[in-house]
Design a protein around this ligand. Structure first.
Ligand SMILES: Cc1cc2nc3c(=O)[nH]c(=O)nc-3n(C[C@H](O)[C@H](O)[C@H](O)COP(=O)(O)OP(=O)(O)OC[C@H]3O[C@@H](n4cnc5c(N)ncnc54)[C@H](O)[C@@H]3O)c2cc1C
Length: 387
């Protein structure tokens, strides 16, 4: 397999870099950091809507739904660039819900939602986890009663990250309590400003917000049901495969800055970059970063061939997020006590990035499925080992 970009993809990469340089502002970068790199807050929306106007938010989608019909490799490259340059890259509507609607939604649903997603007008939040349903999502219990022309929703969600800034909830709920757990789940698109929804913040160790969401007698029109009733668990699993595709851009940036730091910082009359132990650690990491890059673009390659990566997404997610932890661990070793200081300290180095990403990297091996769960998937679906 040839992982080189084509001439067209390289030209697009150049164009995207120029665009980012021209359009990104310090306010956007700060907001993205505070939001944990997700999209939906006001500053991020400005640049995403400009990107969307060029077709870059959903470049792989058919033209009739606001795409450019480009390769997934091109789409992955755009996200990688956004992450590297400190802009939002986690697009829930465009990269998780949208592709699921494209595959499983009715024609009406596609016409109604996809162009609005592709234009950047709408962002979604993921609504899967509940107090008793995290790794085992089939245990979710948010009740959706069929009332004829609408569903009546009651129950609690936890860790629903962008609900406080998104427009819609991509919601998994239970529409049948009498059948096997995974057979009674449905997916719906719910307006987050519907009466009866209460969103309360849960601040993570990374400093950004996730949420508890309570549904009390919320009315959801029937046309918000995704695909068929009670088939939602399969759609959710497909959406999770799309979610577990992690560009490493922002950590690659931290790594590049740490490498520069070792060249510029003199200790005992010598640059840190001449220390053999530091060189070994950086060389090892650069190899792992390259492996992550290949795993990441392999997912795009599978999509380009018409497949949906499955255990391969789990491999990439696990390797990328654990590699991110190794990058910041080495960053901490190299910066020594300076590494623990936040940006506002006069002694902090690299604008406190290593400290911030150190905390961020911990939650990333938990959300979208923990590393243990990813390894279970790789063992079962990848290696065919028994459950
Ligand atoms: C910062 C953050 C943001 C999040 N954002 C969202 C969001 O936007 N939307 C959303 O719906 N959810 C979100 N989540 C929820 C996340 O997906 C869950 O936290 C995660 O899937 C783990 O579920 P749990 O917390 O219930 O842990 P549990 O499932 O209770 O697991 C606890 C521990 O047991 C291990 N474990 C569980 N089952 C097994 C098993 N079968 N084999 C081996 N080990 C096992 C787990 O790996 C973990 O270490 C977020 C979580 C975090 C931390």
């Amino acid at each position: 397999m040839d992982f080189e970009f084509t001439k067209e993809e390289k030209a697009l990469q150049e164009e995207v870099r120029k665009f980012i340089k021209k359009e990104s502002t310090p306010e956007m970068l700060k907001e993205t950091e505070e939001m944990g790199d997700i999209y939906g807050a006001p500053e991020g929306r400005k640049i995403i809507q400009k990107m969307a106007a060029k077709g870059w938010l959903t470049p792989t989608w058919p033209k009739e739904y606001g795409g450019l019909g480009l390769s997934d490799v091109a789409s992955y490259m755009i996200r990688e660039e956004m992450g590297y340059h400190g802009l939002p890259f986690g697009f829930i509507a465009a990269h998780m819900a949208g592709p699921t609607i494209l595959r499983f939604g009715s024609d009406d649903m596609k016409k109604k939602w996809l162009p609005r997603i592709a234009s950047g007008e709408l962002e979604f939040a993921l609504g899967y986890t509940e107090p008793q349903a995290g790794s085992d999502l089939s245990a979710l219990n948010l009740r959706a009663e069929d009332k004829g022309d609408y569903f009546l929703l009651n129950g609690n969600k936890l860790f629903n990250t962008s609900c406080h800034i998104a427009d819609c909830h991509w919601l998994a709920c239970r529409t049948d309590f009498t059948v096997a757990k995974h057979k009674g789940v449905s997916m719906m698109i719910v307006d987050l400003n519907s009466p009866g929804i209460t969103i309360s913040p849960m601040v993570t160790m990374a400093g950004w917000q996730t949420n508890e969401v309570v549904y009390e007698d919320v009315h959801v029109p029937k046309d918000r049901l995704v695909g068929e009733k009670n088939k939602g668990f399969y759609y959710l699993m497909a959406a999770l495969d799309f979610e577990r595709m992690f560009p490493l851009g922002r950590y690659r940036r931290v790594f590049d800055e740490v490498v520069e730091y070792t060249k510029e910082t003199i200790l005992d009359g010598k640059p840190l970059s001449k220390d053999p132990l530091i060189r070994q650690k950086l060389a090892q990491l650069s190899t792992e970063i390259e492996v992550t890059r290949l795993l990441y673009y392999q997912l795009a390659h599978i999509l380009d061939k018409g497949g949906i990566p499955n255990y391969q997404s789990s491999m990439e997610k696990t390797f990328a997020t654990e590699c991110a932890q190794r990058i910041v661990n080495v960053g901490m070793d190299i910066l020594g006590l300076y590494g623990q200081l936040k940006e506002d300290s006069k002694w902090s180095q690299l604008k406190g990035k290593v400290e911030k990403f150190y905390r961020t990297s911990i939650v990333e091996t938990i959300y979208a499925g923990t590393s243990e769960i990813q390894r279970n998937i790789i063992a079962q679906r990848g290696l065919g080992l028994p459950r």
